[in-house]
Design a protein around this ligand. Structure first.
Ligand SMILES: Cc1cc2nc3c(=O)[nH]c(=O)nc-3n(C[C@H](O)[C@H](O)[C@H](O)COP(=O)(O)OP(=O)(O)OC[C@H]3O[C@@H](n4cnc5c(N)ncnc54)[C@H](O)[C@@H]3O)c2cc1C
Length: 310
């Protein structure tokens, strides 16, 4: 068995890549198949994911659009009560931020509404593969509608005033933590999540070192009586898990895996939600293993966005 410390990483680098590369990099965490990433692998991976309905992968990239349209068109759009989109009006322009999934599903629900059509048509022009199976060609719906759509790049989003920055800037963080911590993190409903799947990952395989990885418990000092008891419990569990895998599937064998099991999870949300998460999860009332990663993460985020984090 392997014992590792918990950790986290703000996924800045992925913010600089194309949408499809971002989606693949995040999506592969479920299968722990990052070694399969090549320069040509992103497109087929994402297409297959979309076909299979593994929808949360399509939440892992957002775009911010600037939309100029008439007041009536904006009202028609807002009347739809679009879900999972962040919408603000700035100097006569609508700022709309949402994930690929939210735009896909909005189009399926209300693609005949002119502003929706114009936004998705704009996205399809740049990324047709992300709307395969959804986009129907549009039947010239936005012709003559005078709607102008543009994409804000990251620098533009970062230059927004604090209250808009908090809503429109999304940030992804990859955590390596125990299963108890992931169980708590996923309670934050506005976030998108992808996590290592104990159904798909078979820890008896070579790529996992034929062993189970556990997170070092922050509660017990190494070498103490309690730590040794914990260690024995993990060793015994690993043996039973590996034995079960000889005759059953990972989804069956995983039923013996404990909270200490190492899990990778990506949490993706806007800065306003991160602010809320930090308020709850760095407080003395929060679970200590959660605070162990959230306190340093909150400090790092504050350094980057001092106007957003108090
Ligand atoms: C110290 C501590 C102890 C806890 N103990 C327990 C426990 O014993 N058992 C347990 O089950 N959970 C427990 N929780 C989890 C807690 O109840 C929340 O589910 C979790 O912290 C998610 O936070 P949230 O609901 O504020 O916000 P999020 O899900 O992060 O949502 C962000 C914001 O969206 C809004 N929102 C989202 N969904 C809704 C909705 N459906 N209705 C209205 N507003 C919504 C709210 O304004 C909310 O502030 C605990 C959490 C903490 C920090």
């Amino acid at each position: 068995m392997l014992v590792v410390d918990p950790s986290y990483e703000i996924q800045d680098e992925l913010d600089q890549t194309s949408l499809v590369i971002r989606l693949e990099a995040c999506g592969r965490i479920c299968y722990k198949s990052e070694e399969k990433i090549t320069k040509d692998s992103a497109l087929p991976f994402v297409k297959k994911i979309a076909e299979h309905g593994h929808n949360s992968v399509m939440e892992m990239a957002v775009v911010t659009l600037g939309v100029q349209c008439s007041r009536e068109q904006a009202d028609a759009f807002l009347l739809l009560e679009p879900k999972y989109l962040f919408i603000d009006r700035v100097d006569g322009e609508m700022l709309v931020t949402g994930s690929i999934r939210s735009f896909r599903e909005l189009y399926q629900r209300a693609g005949n509404t002119v502003p929706v059509h114009a936004m998705v048509s704009f996205l399809v022009d740049g990324h047709p593969y992300l709307f395969e199976g959804v986009w129907d060609g549009g039947h010239g719906l936005s012709e003559g509608s005078n709607i102008e759509v543009r994409k804000l790049d990251l620098q533009e989003v970062e230059a927004l005033p604090p209250h808009l920055l908090a809503r429109h800037r999304f940030s992804g963080v990859k955590f390596v933590v125990n299963r108890a911590v992931t169980h708590e993190i996923v309670r934050h409903r506005p976030c998108s999540f992808l996590q290592e799947s104990q159904r798909y990952c078979r820890y008896s395989q070579d790529k996992f070192g034929s062993q189970v990885t556990f997170i070092k418990p922050m509660f017990y000092e190494e070498g103490t009586k309690e730590y040794l008891l914990w260690q024995k419990a993990m060793e015994d569990t690993e043996q039973i898990y590996l034995q079960l895998l000889e005759t059953s599937t990972p989804q069956a064998a995983r039923t013996v895996l404990p909270n200490s099991c190492k899990t990778e999870i990506i949490v993706y949300c806007n800065l306003a939600e991160w602010r809320h998460i930090f308020t709850l999860r760095t407080s003395p009332a929060a679970e200590p293993s959660m605070r162990e990663v959230m306190i340093p993460l909150a400090a790092e985020m504050k350094e980057r966005y001092p106007a957003v984090f108090p």
